[in-house]
Design a protein around this ligand. Structure first.
Ligand code: 8YV
Length: 313
């Protein structure tokens, strides 16, 4: 057998992915090195590729220490913790795992929208506490036929739009540039989109370019009957402004799978019945997990066989 390519793995991915990587590559776990900087200074030049889990960071400190790395394979569709600009400048290809989790993330976006509007989680708590024996819950909000605004219209946003169509919803979206060939209306102003929308779903990338796009002004535009759903990144929403808007009744409710400082969820959010808070589980299904494991490894394989990753960012 030929020599295995040397891969630097920043942190554990999943057992199946880690096993396949260890089988096919000469993998070094960076997270097991006691002194990362010293390790990189000594061994950095030996590596040809990087494998990384979406939760882990890969900044210039690492990239500048691995001059022979040509490929970075990210487990996850988001890549806001990788310094892609520096990687590109150093001639590295960066891949992510798009498409394979779009459907599951979109399913959960609809689930959160329905839960907040119809009160599924809060009603379960009510029934469990015996509340039904002596009363009934207040009236909730209809879902179908409403206006859904999408912040971001990539694979996930478009999958949400297809599901919303089944709920007879009208969909409009906000992105920097209109997406060619879409039947849905592009709204150049996020505030105007929020004003029009009953549900505003955050489905754009994280990172500095989108930080706090959903601010107090956008939340006020969404309004006291409006519902915010975030299945993207916590950084896109000004969480302190969100807490205030919910507490003061200026926003109707929120379904949140992601937060600014995961796994810390601000206590006020947990205390409000109009909030459904999850633990970043949108892509967390057996099916999409297996597809992500395959794709992160396939990207490395494709690079080392043919010089091109399958799904570049
Ligand atoms: C989760 C994600 O991080 O792909 C992404 O960008 O945020 C998700 O896939 C995944 O569930 C990590 O375990």
């Amino acid at each position: 057998p030929t020599m295995k390519h040397r891969i630097l793995q920043i942190g554990p991915i999943t057992a199946p992915a880690d096993e396949r990587l260890a089988r096919d590559y000469d993998v070094t776990p960076l997270w097991k090195q006691s002194d990362r900087a010293a390790f990189l200074a000594e061994h950095g030049p030996a590596f040809e590729g990087i494998a990384i889990h979406v939760r882990d960071a890969c900044g210039a400190d690492i990239l500048n220490a691995v001059p022979n790395v040509r490929v970075i394979a990210n487990f996850g569709v988001g890549y806001d913790k990788i310094d892609v600009e520096t990687a590109r400048r150093l001639g590295m290809q960066v891949s992510n795992t798009p498409r394979v989790l779009d459907g599951c993330v979109a399913d959960l976006a609809m689930g959160l929208a329905i839960d907040v509007a119809r009160g599924i989680s809060v009603t379960t708590r009510f029934v469990r506490a015996g509340g039904w024996k002596t009363g009934q819950r207040p009236l909730m909000t209809r879902v179908h036929g409403k206006n859904m605004g999408l912040l971001g219209f990539g694979g996930i946003g478009q999958a949400v739009a297809r599901r919303a169509a089944g709920f007879d919803m009208v969909v409009r979206y906000h992105t920097r540039r209109p997406v060619a060939g879409s039947p849905h209306e592009h709204e150049p102003s996020l505030v105007e989109l929020a004003r029009w929308a009953d549900f505003l779903v955050v489905a754009c990338p994280g990172g500095p370019a989108t930080r706090h796009l959903v601010d107090a002004e956008v939340l006020d535009a969404l309004g006291p009957r409006g519902i915010l759903v975030n299945i993207a990144r916590g950084s896109v929403v000004d969480e302190a402004a969100l807490v205030r808007a919910l507490q003061e009744g200026r926003l109707g409710g929120a379904g949140l799978d992601v937060f600014e400082n995961e796994p810390d969820v601000p206590q006020p959010l947990l205390d409000m019945d109009q909030v459904v808070a999850l633990s970043h589980i949108a892509g967390f299904t057996r099916e999409s997990r297996a597809d992500m494991e395959r794709l992160v490894c396939d990207n490395l394989d494709a690079y080392f066989r043919g010089g091109q990753v399958l799904t570049p960012v």
